[in-house]
Design a protein around this ligand. Structure first.
Ligand SMILES: [Fe+2]
Ligand SMILES: [Fe+2]
Length: 303
């Protein structure tokens, strides 16, 4: 599929402002795809097309739904804002010939989310919230969270959406609630029998075993429901960063503790190991300074 051609077609279908937003979503989605190892081409196509039906009138969308017998639930039918997801997915398929089910699903669910989303679906959903043109309160934090932990960022984005929709006295889609509950329940399955501060201190020792430096333990319990403690450390090279992460993994495993996610391993520039109540970041110094998590969580208590 020729992305440049898609871009030109999409540009014709919407206002300048919406087109700029779509390009912003491409930019953020590609950054996330690179970070998490998602298919770049699929990401680019889903991102540029995600709002392809957003400029359609309610009448036009209803016509498309009825003529093509699209499967649209009662809530979506009621709320015009939600219709461009399923209609956009149909347009992507019928007008642009997209036949990849995952791309079509990412477009379909980019406004509501749904239970058990794939990585591509999560990336498109989040990129829509954090693209460079977005300027709302808290966007910078969500941007960084999206790069650090995809699922936590999803929960945060669902929370924001739910609060916003309620503030508008509008209807809340059950897919959004199910998506949020599902992610939280998945994480909750990891019940930890040890104290998060103790585990963080052990992790600090394991990091230092492999010559990790500048290890900081930051207590963020009072700042976010997402985790209790961050452990942030630096490695001297990508090889060292990987060795530190592997050692932490191995030692934790010996204690019967398995991470719920483990990201960024190939590159070795920033590895995140998520033990749920303790989240470990091992950085190359350059990356550490750029993302500056310590500043982001500067209200946390250093332990
Ligand atoms: Fe949209
Ligand atoms: Fe959008």
């Amino acid at each position: 599929m020729d992305y440049e051609l898609l871009k030109l077609e999409v540009e014709k279908m919407m206002s300048d402002k919406r087109y700029r937003h779509s390009l912003g979503v491409v930019e953020s989605a590609m950054e996330l795809a690179q970070r998490y190892g998602c298919d770049m081409e699929k990401t680019m196509i889903a991102a540029i097309l995600h709002d392809c039906a957003k400029s359609f009138s309610r009448k036009k969308m209803l016509d498309i739904i009825e003529k093509n017998d699209l499967d649209v639930d009662e809530i979506t039918y009621y709320e015009t804002q939600l219709m461009h997801g399923p209609v956009g997915s149909f347009v992507a398929k019928s007008k642009f010939g997209v036949d990849d089910e995952e791309i079509l699903s990412a477009i379909r669910y980019h406004t509501t989310g749904k239970k058990s989303m794939t990585m591509l679906e999560k990336i498109i959903y989040l990129a829509d919230f954090v693209e460079p043109g977005r300027k709302y309160h808290g966007v910078e934090q969500l941007r960084k969270l999206a790069m650090a932990d995809l699922d936590k960022a999803m929960i945060q984005a669902f929370d924001n959406t739910i609060k916003y929709v309620v503030s508008l006295d509008s209807v809340l889609h059950t897919d959004t609630i199910e998506a949020r509950n599902h992610l939280i329940m998945e994480r909750g399955k990891i019940t930890l029998e040890y104290n998060s501060n103790e585990l963080a201190k052990k992790i600090k020792e394991w990091i230092e075993d492999k010559n990790g430096t500048d290890v900081e333990i930051i207590d963020v319990k009072d700042l976010t429901p997402m985790t209790d403690v961050f452990v942030i450390a630096s490695g001297s090279s990508t090889v060292n960063v990987k060795a530190i992460a592997e050692h932490v993994d191995e030692m934790a495993s010996k204690e019967g503790i398995e991470p719920i996610s483990n990201e960024g391993r190939q590159g070795g520039r920033w590895i995140l190991i998520d033990f749920n109540s303790v989240v470990v970041h091992v950085f190359l110094e350059e990356e550490r300074q750029f993302y500056d998590l310590e500043r982001l969580w500067s209200d946390g208590k250093k332990l």
